[in-house]
Design a protein around this ligand. Structure first.
Ligand code: NAD
Length: 342
């Protein structure tokens, strides 16, 4: 199975190591270095089989190639998965991260990594003890810290561009935005929207998160089907599917969650329903712009803010192309990204 996956992958390189002390499979997948060194998070997770972990890393690495190209970053796409037998803490976790850091260091910059599911800025600090090819370390350790607020700012600009496209106005005043998930991206996004005059409906499985923000609370199971102008998925992937799209009562879907479309056909389902979809890998690129921009490219705060606002411009370009060619916004975004990969 591993052999089949590696043989059929369209990426450049797969690096595999088995970590004896913890029983962890380490997979580093470098999908493309055409635009520059590969960048992508390190995910720590349990999987039913090593091949599931490798397939996950390959899929995520390819998505990073598209994301970097779509927002015109001089980086390629990569992703690493640490397929642990169980989630680790304490010394076992630290030991694993240090050995993983040695592996990343041995790639001599072909792959740069940051946090992902179950890894944090604190873990990047540990990796940074042995390896310089890391981003999103804590600010105390010279990194740019939590990317969430920057991702949120990019989503805010993306919602602005989407609203402009559909309603022909720049104003958020009175616009109804439903934010699903009030974590490190959703909470600052909801705050920015409230400050800009939007009416924010908010939903989280942790009950008091929406109330604390001063937003109107929507029960988690009521999100799909609640009337709003913009539905912003900022919790989990796969919320757009054959069952949910017909029940959506919004004009725009624009949020940070990765892999919002359960299957490729959902992009066409949204188009047919007259719902404008902001492709996730474009609108959620703010974290990457901030961390790689500030830590690896030496961008100033002003340059970063310009690039975050540029997410809105990129989406407008994608929307115009999708309309002109009668294709989905997802297809238009992929074409834009692929055109920058030669
Ligand atoms: P997070 O874990 O900080 O927050 C997720 C929030 O969603 C939590 O508050 C959780 O309680 C809530 N939630 C979970 N299931 C829910 C449900 N069914 N309904 C409503 N709320 C639910 O995660 P995050 O860092 O804010 O990321 C959110 C999404 O954006 C993820 O899909 C992530 O992959 C994606 N993303 C994040 C970043 C980033 O910079 N953090 C960058 C790109 C993409």
């Amino acid at each position: 199975m591993l052999e089949d996956l590696i043989r059929s992958w369209d990426g450049e390189e797969v690096v595999v190591r088995f970590d004896q002390p913890t029983g962890t499979w380490m997979f580093v997948c470098i999908h493309s270095t055409v635009r520059g060194p590969a960048g992508g998070g390190t995910r720590m997770k349990t999987y039913a089989a090593p091949s599931d972990a490798l397939a996950d890393a390959m899929r995520l690495a390819a998505a990073m190639t598209l994301k970097m190209a779509a927002v015109d970053m001089p980086f390629g796409g990569g992703k690493a998965v640490l397929a642990v037998p169980e989630l680790l803490g304490g010394e076992a976790r630290r030991g694993l991260l240090l050995r993983y850091a040695d592996l990343v260091a041995s790639l001599r910059g072909t792959f740069n990594t940051g946090p992902d599911v179950n890894t944090s800025a604190a873990d990047m600090d540990v990796i940074g003890e042995r390896c310089g090819y890391v981003f999103c370390r804590s600010e105390e350790h010279g990194g740019s810290g939590n990317p969430g607020p920057h991702t949120a700012r990019g989503v805010f600009h993306g919602i602005g561009a989407s609203v402009r496209h559909v309603f022909g106005t720049d104003s958020h005043e009175g616009r109804v935005v439903l934010v699903q998930g009030l974590g490190s991206v959703g909470a600052p996004l909801a705050e920015e929207l409230l400050a800009a005059g939007a009416r924010v409906l908010a939903s989280d499985v942790v009950a008091d998160r929406a109330e604390r923000l001063g937003a109107e609370v929507v029960a988690a199971e009521k999100v799909i089907g609640t009337e709003c102008d913009v539905y912003a998925p900022c919790a989990l992937g796969g919320t757009l599917n054959a069952e949910t799209v017909p029940r959506l009562r919004c004009r725009i879907v624009a949020g940070s969650a990765n892999n919002q479309l359960a299957e490729p056909e959902d992009a066409e389902r949204l188009r047919q329903a007259g719902i404008l979809y902001a492709p996730d890998f474009v609108i959620n690129a703010g974290g990457v712009l901030n961390s790689l921009g500030s830590e690896h490219l030496g961008w100033t705060r002003e340059q970063i803010e310009d690039r975050l606002a540029g997410i809105g411009d990129t989406l407008e370009e994608i929307y115009a192309k999708a309309e002109a060619e009668a294709i989905t916004t997802e297809a238009a975004a992929e074409q834009l990204a692929r055109s920058r990969l030669h």
